[in-house]
Design a protein around this ligand. Structure first.
Ligand code: 5AD
Ligand code: SF4
Length: 446
């Protein structure tokens, strides 16, 4: 049997695409493998968001070139595919830089992989089109394994933050129809999925065709439709822009029991001047007021965010405003990055770059504060009884692992038969990355 190896970098949308590419190859008779040495097709699903992520691909391709040569000497063919956002952004340039690559395919064309692999036998191919046909209509049924699954509902971004390549690599915002999302969600539920994370580059700007074909549905409408599917117990969504947090979505956090009390809402900076230069179109105080409204609807909501330090021109005082915002709001978790200039973005043309050493200092200070907040949040969970959706077996024999509604990872002793159920767990101890608990006497309604 032919084997395919898929490695994904970057965001959850890429993880979703990687799984769907594996489905496409599965339909062609390829078995998935974790060992790159035995793969007949190797796919690197790449990320272009920061320079480091993009450059990683080329070092990986260097190693693959050697492997491909070794396999060839052993009489085995290896097709090497570069997919994802580097593929979209750099296209044919990849062929020039990396001689081992056979196929370059963008995020909107990977349903054509079988055809592209065939064509590559006659010569290297690049497909970075935004095709007229909808890839979702051409993808095979999902072979889902697992209890918690991602589901792409929206792609692209119209926001054009000054630092970000996404509007260029992923294009304009496009939403799938409610019918298409619900059909995929039903299949996942039938395959045992209990938790769905609806994903999109700007998911709360979702505006897909509604079931009645009338006015476009909002993300709230979509969440209600998905929540009604038998078997789906938990819903999450990511990632969102503050300016698209409509009143209906805020209310949904109070009204829809399956919608989990966790929200990833990137703010990037606490300084109004930097936010304006980033073209975020909101101020620090607008973000604070939005969080107040969300907390009024759902007081226990856990918040997460993204931050960039060292955006061109950021002063020490402006960075301190980010620290102040973090201290005031209190995040359960967050991602923080040093600003990385990306080709083609407006910020990349600026000449007031912040020195690397200053970026490093600011990042360390911010991550220190965010880490303290994360630990405080984890420690506060000790002693509480909470629902845990059991996802998999745990680190040690006899243990299982799952997540609380607030996205905290928990390990506890229970039989593997609990996988897929929601179990009441008493949190005994908070570790660094995980909580440890014991099954509480009552089992919550699963
Ligand atoms: N440099 C650093 N971080 C970036 N992000 C996006 N573009 C850049 C960049 N050029 C971060 C933002 C975004 C997250 C997905 O990646 O914080 O929310
Ligand atoms: Fe990039 Fe801004 Fe769009 Fe997010 S909202 S994908 S940071 S342009």
């Amino acid at each position: 049997m032919k084997k395919a190896f898929v490695r994904s970098y970057g965001c959850q949308m890429n993880a979703y695409d990687a799984a769907r590419m594996a489905d496409v190859l599965g339909q062609q008779g390829y078995a998935a493998t974790d060992s790159v040495e035995e793969a007949d097709v190797v796919i690197l699903n790449t990320c272009h968001i920061r320079e480091k992520a993009a450059e990683k691909v080329y070092s990986e391709l260097g190693r693959l070139r050697v492997l491909k040569g070794e396999r060839k000497r052993a009489g085995q063919d290896t097709r090497i595919v570069v997919a994802g956002c580097v593929a979209q952004a750099e296209g044919a340039e990849i062929l020039a830089r990396a001689p081992a690559v056979d196929v370059v395919v963008g995020p909107q064309s990977y349903h054509r992989l079988p055809l592209l692999l065939d064509q590559s036998r006659a010569g290297r191919v690049v497909d970075t089109e935004f095709p007229a046909e909808d890839k979702f209509d051409h993808l095979p049924t999902r072979r889902s394994k697992g209890v918690s699954a991602f589901l792409t509902v929206q792609e692209g971004c119209d926001k054009f933050c000054a630092f970000c390549v996404v509007p260029y690599t992923r294009g304009a915002e496009v939403s799938r129809s409610v019918a298409s999302v619900v059909a995929e969600a039903r299949k996942l539920a039938e395959a045992g999925v209990r938790e769905l994370t609806l994903i999109g580059q700007n998911v709360n700007a979702y505006h897909g065709e509604s079931l009645t074909g009338g006015a476009a549905a909002t993300l709230t409408d979509l969440i209600r439709a998905v929540a009604a599917i038998p078997g789906i117990a938990r819903i999450r969504y990511t990632t969102s822009h503050p300016n698209d947090m409509g009143d209906d979505l805020i209310r949904a956090h109070a009204e829809i029991p399956g919608l989990m009390p966790y929200l990833h809402l990137p703010v990037q900076s606490g300084s109004d001047r930097v936010l304006a230069a980033m073209n975020r179109k909101h101020t620090g105080d607008q973000y604070r007021r939005l969080i107040e409204r969300i907390r009024a609807a759902r007081p226990d909501i856990a918040l997460s965010s993204d931050f960039i330090v060292g955006f061109p021109g950021e002063t020490d005082a402006e960075f301190e405003e980010t620290m102040r915002l973090v201290a005031e709001i209190g995040f359960q978790s967050a991602f923080s990055f040093k600003y990385s200039p990306r080709p083609g973005t407006p910020a990349a043309a600026r000449e007031d770059a912040v020195p690397e050493s200053v970026k490093s200092e600011r990042l360390a200070a911010l991550q220190g504060l965010l880490d303290r907040q994360r630990h405080a949040y984890q420690n506060a969970a000790a002693g509480q009884v909470t629902d845990v959706l059991v996802e998999k077996t745990g680190r040690h024999p006899g243990q299982v692992a799952g997540k609380t509604p607030h996205m905290l990872a928990v390990q506890f002793d229970a039989p593997a038969s609990t996988i897929g159920s929601i179990v009441a767990v008493r949190i005994v101890e908070a570790g660094t990355n995980s909580l440890f608990g014991e099954m509480a006497p009552q089992i919550a309604a699963a």
